[in-house]
Design a protein around this ligand. Sequence first.
Ligand SMILES: [Zn+2]
Length: 211
Amino acid sequence: MDEIERGKPPFANIDALLISHVHADHFNLPSTVRFLKTHPATIVVAPDQVSKQIHKALTGDSQALSRIHTATLEQNSITTRDEGGVRIGSFPLTHGNIENAAYLVVLDRRTVLHIGDADLPMKGLAQFGLSHRRIDLAFVPFWQLTDNPKRVQTLIAAKVVIPMHLITNPTTDTSKGFMEHVGGRERMLRQIRICFPNAAIFLAPLETKSF
Ligand SMILES: [Zn+2]
């Protein structure tokens, strides 16, 4: 995280920081503020619950404030914005009772989807027409791949899925329950590989893959 905050390679020249939702494993206010100070050209897109906190923390810093954008989350369409050659689309997917932004990013003719921590069963996904968008990479929480594979295959239809939230060391009751539910980490990974032979599974920090 320190390297990202300070913009050390390969984390220099970041165009946009997209934040899906307010949960602590997806957003940290002091870290975001540090990041904005060391990346004077990077824009931030975040749901209102997050952008409000950032706005408050940056009071008086008009240069940084001008780079904070609240994601538009419409129930029935993807809202897009163009930022220096990057097309950023945003739309909502349910995650408990908080705002969870999904992002569809087009960059260098590659289309990348990140669905935040979308809950099962992702009702309402069909209305966004993602299967026609030729998604190259989709970042998806692993529970969508183990418990909802059909929907991910047909409604997202990405060339490559990247499972997120792979639990290595379950410590909380929620993560322990999850691991029990999927029959342990090895079984979970096996199941993902069977349903998604093209999954790109990252197992170590800073592991890299090229697409
Ligand atoms: Zn979450």
